[in-house]
Design a binder for this molecule. Structure first.
Ligand SMILES: Cc1cc2nc3c(=O)[nH]c(=O)nc-3n(C[C@H](O)[C@H](O)[C@H](O)COP(=O)(O)O)c2cc1C
Length: 214
């Protein structure tokens, strides 16, 4: 049986002490074991190697029909084409990210700006935008310093609604969020993260579409 291909996006600018990277280190291998198939990980370390910001040519191309965009701005679309191919090749997507100012880190926003493309990953219809990528299980391991994702909320959550909308528009709707929060006040944030990972492993669903690809 073929390996499951997983695209991993690491989004923290921090390395060894990164809480989100640590969270993923504790969640991903354990979840992968449960899928019952070997996992082949394609890792994009957006935190360590940020993508370049979008260019004027890329932004111009987005308002043109796809054939004209390719003819006029082909080389300016190369990175976007590559990122979309990486995503489309993957059976699963895993995003490892901290909360930055109530939402996703800028490096992840930049990746999104490069993969959300009219007539390539979504199309516009009279009923709104429709995703063109097949849905696939998407896991988001997110950490925060303060009290995010709680009821009653102490901070506005633009992280989950934003990712649901931005990934949803290209067709990724089966999204599972796992979070470890309140880490700024912890003496040992990495050990809190390990405990939280254990809790999520007991509780997390595998997403709706895992059975069809396992
Ligand atoms: C630029 C920046 C903005 C942040 N904004 C928030 C925020 O809005 N809410 C919050 O709870 N924590 C915020 N934090 C704290 C991080 O979410 C927290 O330190 C997290 O554990 C960092 O994960 P990492 O170690 O993987 O980078 C912010 C941190 C940075 C660097």
């Amino acid at each position: 049986m073929n390996n499951l291909k997983l695209l991993l996006l690491d989004c923290s600018p921090r390395r060894d002490n990164s809480t989100s990277r640590h969270f993923t280190r504790h969640l991903l291998p354990a979840m992968a074991k449960r899928f019952g198939r070997d996992i082949q990980i394609n890792r994009r370390d957006l935190g360590a190697e940020p993508l370049p910001p979008i260019t004027a040519e890329y932004a111009e191309s987005l308002v043109l029909p796809i054939a004209e965009a390719k003819a006029r701005f082909g080389s300016a679309l190369a990175l976007s084409d590559q990122l979309i191919q990486e995503l489309d090749d993957a059976d699963m997507l895993w995003i490892s990210a901290p909360v930055h100012n109530f939402t996703v880190p800028a490096v992840l926003k930049n990746w999104i700006d490069l993969v959300v493309r009219r007539d390539v990953t979504f199309k516009t219809t009279e009923h709104g935008k429709v995703g063109l990528l097949r849905d696939r299980p998407t896991f988001v391991a997110v950490t925060s310093g303060g009290a995010m994702f709680r009821e009653p909320s102490l901070q506005p959550d633009f992280f989950r609604p934003y990712l649901n909308a931005a990934l949803g528009v290209i067709g990724l709707k089966d999204i599972t969020f796992m979070h470890a929060t309140g880490l700024a006040s912890a003496d040992e944030p990495l050990s809190i993260v390990e405990t939280k990972a254990g809790q999520w492993l007991r509780e997390a669903s595998f997403g709706q579409t895992i059975p069809s690809i396992v």
